[in-house]
Write a protein that binds this ligand. Structure first.
Ligand code: AMP
Length: 410
């Protein structure tokens, strides 16, 4: 299939050709005609499948028909994180390059004034995070009363990050008569519930099985003692001469501490997380993309928008507490058909987190020992025999996370 068969204007097909896209990805082939036909869409697409172009191209196509001054904002793309907002904005700018349409981006963590100045000149499409959008609405710099299109990108993440109230406040201000598109990598009951209030008789599009991890990604799990994870991380990067490795931790503190430690092993490493300024995050990301920094340690939220087309290696230094985050993490590699490797370092007491991941993926992930880094099982047995306090704590956590235990793994 070719882009030319999708009924898109030449200015748009020229733009994607200039970007090196040869043919539409499955989500693009399915979603573009439906969106052009004016229908609401609820799409489940793995990360890195080309979903940005899948919603951007048909929206731009429809907006192109009328570009008269003054320009009210007619399309709004909501994203959960600043990084994703920036990334979607950059994609939109490149897709709209040969059109008269104007695109702007608005997210927090940076001064609002330059955003106000840009928006005041008139923009057709605004990409925004929910909080900063509401700041603009309160300030009077953004009017969403004439919206024709609204896109919820990575909607699952928006709910995870607690943006439900913000979404409801935004919905109250936008016209009921509109086209709504919802894209999400994963679906759960909360999202289906939200979709009922957002969408009108939507077309359901799924290009892969629900909650499937990016298929091009090889997944390995090494069982290793917690206190040897750092050593193993540096060993993997160093011995295999990996040049661009994204490492995930659960907390900001661990991200900072780990980045420092890996640097000491001679591997240039930076960390990114929500406590760092927008400037620091952008700098670290850009140095990582350019290869000036070899490893980037990130928390789940900070890493959400990272799009590096040929990123090959992801290391889960710790398994995530929210199993769906595993899909997002490993989806940072294996993008646009490239292959990738995701290695999870699991300490013996993280086994329940692996089980939760397996449940979401509906797959068994075989854990293995790496020679020289085998877990010290005597230590583990002793720990298990310890006071019942630890067990009670773990049971409470499992309950909170909705994890049923009792199954003995392999
Ligand atoms: P997305 O899922 O929108 O974040 O896109 C993932 C990556 O795939 C981005 O780097 C896009 O530039 C790239 N991409 C999107 N559509 C295509 C296509 N049809 N052919 C080749 N690459 C694409």
């Amino acid at each position: 299939m070719l882009f030319s068969s999708l009924d898109l204007d030449e200015s748009l097909t020229d733009a994607v050709t200039a970007l090196g896209y040869e043919s539409p990805t499955p989500i693009q082939a399915q979603a573009i005609p439906v969106i052009l036909a004016g229908k609401d869409v609820m799409a489940g697409a793995q990360t890195g499948t080309g979903k940005t172009a899948a919603f951007s191209l048909p929206i731009l196509q429809q907006l192109m028909q009328h570009c008269d001054e003054p320009r009210p904002i007619r399309a709004l793309i909501l994203t959960p994180t600043r990084e994703l907002a920036q990334q979607v904005f950059e994609s939109l700018v490149s897709y709209a390059l040969y059109t008269q349409l104007r695109v702007a981006v608005a997210y927090g963590g940076v001064s609002i004034n330059p955003q106000v100045a840009t928006i005041e000149q008139g923009v057709d499409v605004l990409v925004a995070t929910p909080g900063r959008l509401l700041d603009h609405i309160a300030k009077g710099s953004v009017d969403v009363g004439q919206l024709q299109f609204i896109v919820f990108d990575e909607a699952d993440r928006m709910l995870d990050l607690g943006f439900k109230d913000e979404i409801n406040r935004i919905l109250k201000r936008i016209p009921e008569q509109r086209q709504t598109l919802l894209f999400s990598a994963t679906f759960d009951d909360a999202l289906f519930k939200l979709s009922k209030t957002l969408l009108n008789n939507p077309e359901l599009i799924e290009v892969s099985e629900r909650n499937a991890a990016a298929t091009q990604v090889e997944q390995l799990v090494y069982t290793v003692d917690k206190n040897r994870k750092r050593e193993l991380t540096s060993f993997l990067i160093g011995s295999k001469n990996w040049q661009q490795v994204l490492i995930f931790t659960r907390t900001k503190q661990t991200a900072d501490a780990l980045a420092k430690e890996i640097c000491k092993d001679g591997i240039k490493t930076e960390s990114i997380h929500g406590d760092k300024s927008q400037g620091a995050r952008e700098r670290a990301l850009s140095e990582f993309k350019q290869g000036k920094v070899r490893a980037l340690v990130a928390t789940d939220v900070a890493a959400r928008g990272i799009d590096i087309i040929d990123l090959k290696y992801v290391i889960n230094y710790e398994l995530p507490f929210v199993a769906e985050d595993y899909i997002h993490r490993i989806g940072r590699t294996g993008r646009a058909g490239n292959s990738g490797l995701a290695i999870s370092l699991m300490s013996p007491n993280e086994q329940y987190l692996l089980e939760a991941v397996e449940k979401v993926l509906n797959t068994v992930l075989l854990s293995q020992w790496l020679p020289g880094y085998e877990p010290d099982l005597t230590k583990q047995n002793l720990k298990e025999q310890r006071s019942s306090k630890g067990k009670q704590k773990q049971q409470a956590r499992n309950k909170a996370l909705g994890i049923k235990t009792g199954r003995k793994r392999r």
